[in-house]
Each structure stands twice: as structure tokens, then as C-alpha cells.
Design a protein around this ligand. Structure first.
Ligand code: GAR
Length: 202
């Protein structure tokens, strides 16, 4: 069967990458095959997770010149059909998105349009939700466009906030109850659509 070739872009520990790897092993992510991991800095946990599974991993340092050019070349060299941002803490330019020209999706740890956009990433998102005093937060998977966290929503799941939550405790609950479930599901939805398109073009 045809599958979509997936690149996963990461900046951290890679627990969302792991959820994708596990979903692939269980056959829940079946229309897409993780063909490449791009890590935006050296020494992060996500690189070990890719290595253990034998997935090609390119370390392309975000703070070095020509970062986006190098990312585009890696995507082209690996014939990537779709990109999953799984804890990528940078923002790709409109130029890169146009250059790639294929679907890119992102996981964000809040219910968009709350606590999202430039400056909202990682623990800061959970800190902002706690500071505001909302009683429900969650995670969102959406298409990436030129507006940070502004693309069409694919899946969203709510998670309750409990008394005594710290950003760290809340982050873990949002990951367990929402992110690790939603991201593989959304990746499968987008990959299945690409496979249908590839089949109808045969
Ligand atoms: C995840 O909570 C992800 O939603 C968030 O960073 C964390 C990465 O964890 N992403 C953003 O905040 C993007 N704006 P991981 O490396 O263990 O997957």
C-alpha cells in the first residue's frame, strides 16, 4: 500500500515523537511512515528516541545561518509528503511553508484560540492558563500556516485543571490525556488523505 512519508520536527524531549513512533508500531498510524526526524539542536532526548527506532535523524541547529534552507533540502532529499511539528519551539516563515508546499501540522498544548501564538510554548502555555484561572485547558492539532497557531484545527481535546496544579503537573496531564492521543490520530487523518490523493493520481 502507498504511504505518506512523514518528517517530524522536534526541539525537546520528544514524548510526542514517541507517541507517533508507538502509534506506527501498533498500526494506528498506518497511512504515514516516519521517514525523517529533524532536531533543531544537538543533545535533545528526541534524537535518542529516533535513534532507538532506526529513523534517520538530521540535527539542523535553529540558531545557525540558513536553518530553513537546510530544513527544506532535508525534506526534499527524503521525499517528504507531510511534516509534523511535535514540540518544535520555533516558527517557520511563510517562505519555508511556500517552499515546502505540502501539509504541515502542529500540536499546541492549549485549546486554541486561548494561550497561543508567538511566545506561547512549552511550560509558558500552562503557566498562562493557571495565571488566568481557567478551569479547562487541553491540546489542539492544527494545520500550520503563516499565522503562529492560526491554521485550521484538525482535532482538539479538553483537559480539566485541578486545585494545586503547577505548570509541570498540568503539562503532564495535558500530554497524557490529550497530546499523545490526538497527535497520532491527526497524523493518520492527514496521511490517509494524502494516500487517497496519491491513489487517485495513479
Ligand atoms: C509539548 O507539550 C508540545 O505540545 C509543546 O512542547 C511540548 C514538547 O514536548 N509545543 C509547543 O508549545 C508548541 N507551541 P515533547 O518534546 O516531549 O513532545
Amino acid at each position: 500500500m502507498l504511504t505518506a512519508r512523514v518528517a517530524v520536527v522536534v526541539s525537546g524531549g520528544g514524548t510526542n515523537l514517541q507517541a507517533l513512533i508507538d502509534a506506527q508500531a501498533k498500526g494506528e498510524l498506518k497511512s504515514g511512515r516516519i521517514a525523517l526526524v529533524i532536531a533543531d539542536r544537538a543533545g535533545i532526548g528526541a534524537i535518542d528516541r529516533a535513534g532507538k527506532t532506526g529513523i534517520d535523524c538530521a540535527v539542523i541547529v535553529r540558531k545557525e545561518p540558513d536553518f530553513e534552507k537546510k530544513v527544506l533540502s532535508a525534506l526534499e532529499a527524503h521525499k517528504i509528503d507531510m511534516v509534523v511539528l511535535a514540540g518544535f519551539l520555533g516558527i517557520f516563515s511563510a517562505e519555508l511553508l511556500r517552499g515546502f508546499g505540502k501539509p504541515m501540522i502542529n500540536i499546541h498544548p492549549s485549546l486554541i484560540p486561548s494561550f497561543c501564538g508567538k511566545g506561547f510554548y512549552g511550560l509558558r502555555v500552562h503557566q498562562a492558563a493557571l495565571d488566568y484561572g481557567v478551569k479547562v485547558t487541553g491540546a489542539t492539532v492544527h494545520y500550520v500556516n503563516e499565522v503562529p497557531d492560526g491554521g485550521k484545527i484538525i482535532l482538539q481535546k479538553a483537559v480539566g485543571i485541578l486545585p494545586g496544579d503547577t505548570p509541570e503537573i498540568l503539562q503532564r496531564r495535558v500530554m497524557e490525556q490529550a497530546e499523545w492521543v490526538l497527535l497520532p490520530q491527526a497524523a493518520e487523518i492527514v496521511a490517509a488523505q494524502l494516500v487517497r490523493e496519491k491513489e487517485s493520481n495513479k
